[in-house]
Design a protein around this ligand. Structure first.
Ligand code: 4AZ
Length: 707
């Protein structure tokens, strides 16, 4: 194996001529002039500057006989690193002993390689024959000398020779005698015109390109673990070592050095202790003072707490250090153990946390994650390569459900807990006895972990308070009359209303009044005023409420008062109390049983020809058999029901149209009839005729829904 560090040798001559030409201090004009000069010179000097690789040499006048008195010289040269091989194609020089008269002398650097004369077959002289002449270097000098001593006019033609460049094998050249050693210290590679030196494994070529030295084995070590040692360890390395090693592993990891026991770096004993004066191993850790190590005690384990460390081993040309050896390993950077989070949990719980570890924080039930004043869905943080968590820990704050939704016509009471926080329990109630909760029971809501108030059945919908209908807080204890009736005490008929149009009506919902169609048929919405909540007319009139829309039955027939029913929608909803309460609508299956007593009320006339009442009056009259009534009153439709007594005296009268005729079931009043028409008032044998409300449930509900 050859060492990789192989450098090509530039012939010294070329190096020096290059450095002469490329003088860095030259200006641009000089460069241009030089360029022109070099270009031109190259053309002129081509034959000299570009050495010949082969050629021919002939004696003067060859193949004519050469003249006398010659002293001709040829200086042959080929490229550096080559030898010249000279081969004679023909030689015919006057032969003489020792080539005394005429001779061709071949020289290398002044040293005679051969002196030739004669021809191939001549007896004396010195002819090269078929042998070539090889110059030791890249030059060769030929000198052709002839004398004048030629009385017989010789016929010798001289010589003709070819020469060519032959690669010089520098590697097999013997070591120069100056004691500088062989061409190459370890390995020599012959190349065309030159040679290369190389070194065995573990060695590197010195800057002289010839000699080899023990390799530092330095460089960058980026694997998570590895082994380093000084050159030649455990044997002492050559002197004047300067080796550099860099351990640079991924950030987020720290390097620990573990020196073997066999550690020996020359130190100098001083009064202050060991001094690493001439030999040392210096450790450089970023942001720390460099540490110089020497002596013969192993430093053992050194935790650098850094992902990079530079080691520089230095010895001078004296002293003795056997060197050192170490194994390095890496550990993930450690992050601090996270604090506890009050009302929360950090997972996973470990005794140590390292680079790339994640932790999660979850809050106890009823608590939420908060960061920088903001609630967050989830939390995790990662141990970074700098040993810090990438996010600080969040806090767990108790969940707050906020104020519970207010309940219309009801309220909310705190049963337990604190400031609407998690676990607080509230109870909704309706304003009894005028409202009752839909579903019947008071509902409790708890502030749950999701921050919502929820019922036992996990509902988030606040309950609804439905108005209580037909159940006055005060009851009429004495039976009385309208015609033949009596004044109604306050709060006993709280659904009673009076219209400015004359006639009355009844409250059936918080925005709806029911009355007779014939009263409102031709009246605009804006002119209708409705009064309620008082039994005294004067007081009553002080508190009008207004209609938003009026809905007489579309099939109302004014001729026979069929379908004499209308609904008025109020602009504003009514809040019910003991003085204003709706009357119930008939049940789906409501029956009008003959003889059943009903409650008729209103502000109509007290007698057929008398004045209307200043007070609300009422009378109890029974439901009359339909056939009997029809016989008494003429043709009735099924949408009508009669009430009254055959003997007369108790009846509705003028101004009572639209008023309620209420039947009761289990103390709950329902709107059985709407006062519609009659013949006079309270006459014997006559009855009051009322719109049979039970026939209009669908229309009423539809109208209320659609408006
Ligand atoms: C009316 O004109 C009226 N006796 C209402 C009912 C009766 C008579 C008249 C029935 O308002």
């Amino acid at each position: 194996m050859f060492h990789l560090n192989v450098r090509h040798l530039l012939p010294q001559q070329q190096v020096s001529s290059l450095t002469n030409i490329f003088n860095p201090e030259m200006g641009w004009t000089h460069w241009i002039i030089l360029f022109l000069f070099v270009s031109v010179c190259e053309c002129w000097l081509q034959p000299d500057s570009d050495p010949q690789m082969h050629g021919e040499v002939k004696s003067p006048q060859y193949p004519q006989p050469y003249p006398p008195n010659l002293q001709e010289q040829w200086d042959l040269s080929v490229a550096e690193g080559y030898q010249i091989q000279l081969t004679f194609t023909h030689m015919d020089i006057e032969a003489s002993a020792g080539c005394h008269y005429d001779a061709l002398t071949v020289l290398y650097e002044g040293k005679v390689l051969g002196k030739f004369c004669g021809s191939e077959h001549s007896a004396d002289g010195h002819h090269p024959g078929n042998q070539s002449i090889l110059s030791p270097g890249n030059r060769l000098t030929l000198i052709f000398q002839t004398d004048n001593n030629n009385p017989e006019r010789h016929q010798n033609v001289g010589f003709s020779a070819q020469y060519q460049a032959i690669d010089l094998d520098e590697c097999s050249s013997p070591a120069p005698e100056d004691g500088s050693g062989p061409v190459c210290d370890q390995i020599c590679l012959n190349t065309l015109g030159s040679y290369l030196c190389s070194c065995h494994h573990g060695y590197e070529l010195r800057s002289d390109q010839r000699s080899c030295m023990l390799s530092c084995g330095g460089g960058i070590f980026d694997e998570p673990e590895g082994h380093l040692s000084s050159p030649g360890y455990p044997n002492s390395p050559p002197h004047a070592v300067s080796c550099q090693y860099v351990i640079a592993v991924e950030s987020g990891f720290t390097v620990s050095l573990s020196f073997s026991d066999n550690f020996q770096i020359e130190s100098v004993d001083t009064e202050q202790g060991l001094n690493c004066l001439h030999h040392w191993l210096q450790l450089t850790i970023p942001d720390r003072e460099p540490i110089k190590l020497c002596g013969s005690k192993s430093p053992g384990l050194i935790a650098t707490n850094s992902n990079t460390v530079k080691l520089e081993y230095h010895t001078d040309d004296q002293g003795l250090s056997n060197g050192w050896s170490l194994d390095y390993s890496t550990h993930r950077v450690q992050c601090p153990v996270p604090d506890n989070v009050a009302k929360g949990r950090v997972t996973p719980i470990l005794s140590e946390y390292f680079y790339r570890d994640h932790i999660f924080v979850r809050c106890d039930l009823g608590y939420k994650l908060m960061m920088d004043g903001q609630e967050i869905e989830s939390f995790s943080t990662t141990c970074q390569n700098n040993g810090q968590w990438h996010l600080p820990l969040p806090e767990c704050h108790i969940i707050d459900c906020g104020e519970p939704e207010p309940l219309l016509n009801g309220g909310v009471t705190f049963l337990s807990g604190f400031q609407n926080r998690y676990g607080s329990v509230v109870q909704y109630h309706c304003n009894e006895p005028f409202y009752s909760p839909l579903g019947g029971v008071n509902v409790t809501f708890t502030c749950e972990a999701d921050g919502k108030w929820k019922s036992k059945h996990n509902s988030v919908v606040t309950p609804t308070c439905l108005p209580v209908c037909g159940q006055p807080t005060k009851h009429i204890s004495v039976y009385g009359r309208i015609v033949g009736g009596d004044d109604a005490p306050d709060d006993t008929i709280p659904w009673q209303v009076q219209l400015n149009a004359g006639g009355g009506g009844m409250v059936i919902a918080d925005r709806w009044i029911m009355t007779a169609a014939h009263l409102v048929k031709n009246i605009g919405n804006n002119t209708i005023q409705i009064y309620m909540g008082h039994t005294d007319v004067k007081t009553l009139m002080r508190f009008p409420v207004y209609a938003a829309s009026v809905h007489p039955h579309p099939d109302y027939n004014p001729e026979i008062y069929n379908n004499d029913i209308a609904l008025i929608k109020l602009r504003d909803p009514i809040t019910f109390s003991s003085s204003i309460m709706p009357i119930c609508l008939p049940a789906e299956n409501a029956t009008y049983v003959t003889g059943m007593m009903g409650l008729l009320s209103g502000f109509g006339r007290i007698t057929e020809y008398g004045p209307t009442s200043a007070k609300l009056r009422y009378v109890h009259i029974p439901v009359v058999n339909q056939k009997i009534c029809s016989e008494a009153m003429g043709k009735l439709t099924n949408n009508m029901v009669c009430a009254g007594v055959p003997e007369g005296g108790k009846d509705s009268c003028s101004g009572d149209a639209g008023n309620p005729y209420a039947l009761s079931d289990d103390g709950q009043f329902w709107a059985a009839g709407i006062s519609s028409w009659g013949v006079g008032c309270a006459r014997p044998g006559k009855y009051g005729v009322y719109t049979r409300v039970g026939n209009y449930l669908d229309w009423i509900n539809k109208t209320m829904q659609e408006n």
